[in-house]
Write a protein that binds this ligand. Structure first.
Ligand SMILES: *[C@@H]1O[C@H](CO)[C@@H](O)[C@H](O)[C@H]1NC(C)=O
Length: 162
């Protein structure tokens, strides 16, 4: 083989491996089974029986451990106690959503569906306040909707089918 091709192959392998190492070392994650490059922990998980596999892993690594799905780490909370501690006792810290790059591009971090943290809290408060002022949850909301619908119909009628 051409030595240049071999050099390029070696270089790209080295680059990919160092990228992967960087990904692994980032931040402090709970311990877990050692991941393989690119495929992660897929060999340690029986895809036909994921529940049982996670149960087996929790026997070795405790109720909180890290699994790599491909190159992406996922922290697994196993069992009622770990889940309750995260979602109820420390609910504030764990209340964020995962990142959805597409939604972030479209919404630019706004909206109540995909926003996070302080911004989400402000959005939620603002939306609830505005909707309540409009009559959300009160019986007079129906008459307001009907009134608006009436004006909309009037506007449509003015076009005479045009
Ligand atoms: C879980 O562990 C048991 C006992 O070690 C083993 O027999 C079983 O195959 C494992 N199951 C999975 C899905 O890994």
């Amino acid at each position: 083989m051409d030595p240049l091709v071999i050099l390029v192959l070696c270089l790209s392998c080295w680059l990919l491996l160092s990228l992967w190492k960087q990904n692994i070392g980032k931040g402090k994650l709970p311990s877990g089974p050692h991941p393989l490059p690119f495929i992660g922990n897929i060999l340690q998980v029986d895809v036909k029986n994921i529940g049982k596999s996670l149960y087996n892993l929790s026997k070795t690594y405790g109720p909180v451990f890290t699994l790599y799905f491909g190159m992406k780490p996922a922290v697994v909370l196993h069992g009622y106690k770990a889940v309750k501690e995260a979602l109820i006792d420390l609910g504030e810290e764990f209340s964020a959503r995962g990142s959805f790059p597409l939604a972030e591009r479209i919404n630019k971090g706004h909206g109540i569906l995909f926003a996070n943290g302080k911004r989400w809290k402000e959005m939620r408060r603002f939306c609830l306040m505005t909707l309540r002022n409009l009559g959300m949850g009160k019986s007079d909301l129906e008459s307001r909707v009907q009134e608006e619908a009436y004006y909309l119909m009037e506007e449509l009628r003015k076009t005479n089918g045009g």
